[in-house]
Design a protein around this ligand. Structure first.
Ligand code: SF4
Length: 321
C-alpha cells in the first residue's frame, strides 16, 4: 500500500512559545538549516510520484518560510490536497500570496478567552486569529479552527463551539499529543466531547477518542503504522523514520527519495514498537495509521472523515449564499 500522507516540516522556527510544545525549547532544533526552494520542490515532486495524496505543511510556524508561496504553488500544480496550520500571527500580511493554494487552512485557537489563549501560546495572538479568519473568509476560504484539547481546556468546549459558529468556521477538536496532558480523560469526558458531534460546525475523530480510552499505542501489539502511512520530511530535507519522534531515525535524502525510503526499510518496521511508542497518541501518524488495518479504529476513522468533509462542505456552501 502506498503512503497516504506526508508530514512536511518546513521549519522548526516559531514565533509562539506554546506551553504544550517542546520544539521552541530545543536550541539544537532551532538551529536546523532549511533546504532551499529547489530542493524542497524536488522532494515534493518525488512524494507525489510515490502516490502521496495528502500533504500537511507544518512546523514550527510555516509562515516564517519566505518561499512559502512558491512551495504552495508547486504543491497545487502537482495536485496535492494541502493543509496548512498557522498561529495567525503573520497571516494578515501574507494572506494574499498564499491562500489560493491551500485546500484546508487551519488556525490554532486554544481558548475562547483571549488572555488564556495568549497565555498558552506565550504570545499575543488571539486577536490575530480573529483578524486572520475575517481575511481568509474575504478571500473565499472557510477556515478550520484547531482546538487543542487538554484536561483543562475541555471545559471551554461549549464556548469554543459558539465562537466558531459566530466566526463561520469549523471547529476541529484535537486532543493534545502529549499523553501527560490527557492522563485523566475519563469516560465521561470523552462522552462530553462526543456530545458536541451533533453540532454542524464541530468535528473530531472518534477513532482518536477510542484510542485515548485504550491508553494509546501498545508497543507489544502496535496499532501505529507510521512509516507505512506517512512520510516525514524535515526542514533540512531528511526523512525521519518511522516518525518525527524518533531522533535516531533521521536519514538525509540522498539520490532519490525512493532509494532513501528503501534504505530505511528496517527502521520502518519499528513503527509503534519502540520504547517511545508506549502510549503514543501522535495523531498526525495515528489517524493515517487507522487506514492500514481493518478494525474498529478503521471504521470510526472513516465515519469521522466523512463527517468532517460533510460539515466542511456544508459550511462552505452556506458561506457562499
Ligand atoms: S512514536 Fe508514536 S507515531 Fe512514532 S512510531 Fe512510535 S507509536 Fe508511531
Amino acid at each position: 500500500m502506498r503512503p497516504a500522507a506526508a508530514n512536511f516540516y518546513l521549519t522548526y522556527r516559531c514565533n509562539d512559545t506554546c506551553e504544550f510544545c517542546g520544539m521552541w525549547r530545543e536550541a539544537d532544533l532551532q538551529k536546523t538549516p532549511e533546504a532551499g526552494f529547489e530542493e524542497t520542490k524536488k522532494t515534493l515532486s518525488e512524494l507525489k510520484d510515490l502516490g502521496v495524496a495528502y500533504l500537511d505543511l507544518t512546523g514550527g510556524e510555516p509562515l516564517l518560510r519566505e518561499d512559502l508561496p512558491q512551495i504552495l504553488k508547486h504543491s497545487k500544480e502537482i495536485n496535492f490536497y494541502t493543509t496548512l496550520t498557522t498561529n495567525g500571527l503573520l497571516y494578515p500580511q501574507r494572506a494574499k500570496e498564499i491562500t489560493q493554494f491551500i485546500d484546508r487552512l487551519i488556525f490554532s485557537l486554544d481558548s475562547p478567552a483571549s488572555d488564556e489563549h495568549d497565555r498558552i501560546r506565550g504570545a499575543v495572538c488571539f486577536d490575530k486569529v480573529l483578524e486572520s479568519v475575517k481575511i481568509a473568509k474575504s478571500l473565499g476560504k472557510t477556515p478550520v479552527l484547531n482546538f487543542t484539547l487538554t484536561r483543562e481546556s475541555v471545559a471551554s468546549l461549549p464556548e469554543m463551539a459558539t465562537l466558531a459558529e459566530e466566526l463561520g468556521c469549523l471547529l476541529w477538536v484535537n486532543p493534545v499529543f502529549d499523553f501527560e496532558s490527557l492522563n485523566g480523560f475519563e469516560a465521561d469526558t470523552i462522552d462530553h466531547i462526543k456530545y458536541f458531534g451533533y453540532k454542524s460546525n464541530v468535528a473530531f475523530n472518534l477513532a482518536a477518542l477510542a484510542f485515548i480510552k485504550a491508553s494509546g499505542n501498545n508497543e507489544k501489539r502496535p496499532r501505529c503504522r507510521a512509516a507505512l502511512a506517512v512520510i516525514t520530511v524535515t526542514p533540512d530535507n531528511c526523512l525521519m523514520v518511522p516518525c518525527i519522534k524518533n531522533k535516531e531515525g533521521k536519514i538525509k535524502i540522498e539520490g532519490s527519495l525512493k532509494e532513501t525510503l528503501l534504505a530505511s526499510k528496517k527502521l520502518s518496521k519499528m513503527s509503534g514498537r519502540l520504547v517511545i511508542c508506549r502510549g503514543c497518541m501522535m495523531w498526525p501518524y495515528m489517524i493515517p495509521s487507522f487506514l492500514y488495518k481493518i478494525d474498529r479504529y478503521f471504521f470510526l476513522n472513516l465515519w469521522s472523515a466523512i463527517d468532517l468533509y460533510r460539515k466542511e462542505y456544508l459550511l462552505k456552501k452556506g458561506g457562499k449564499k
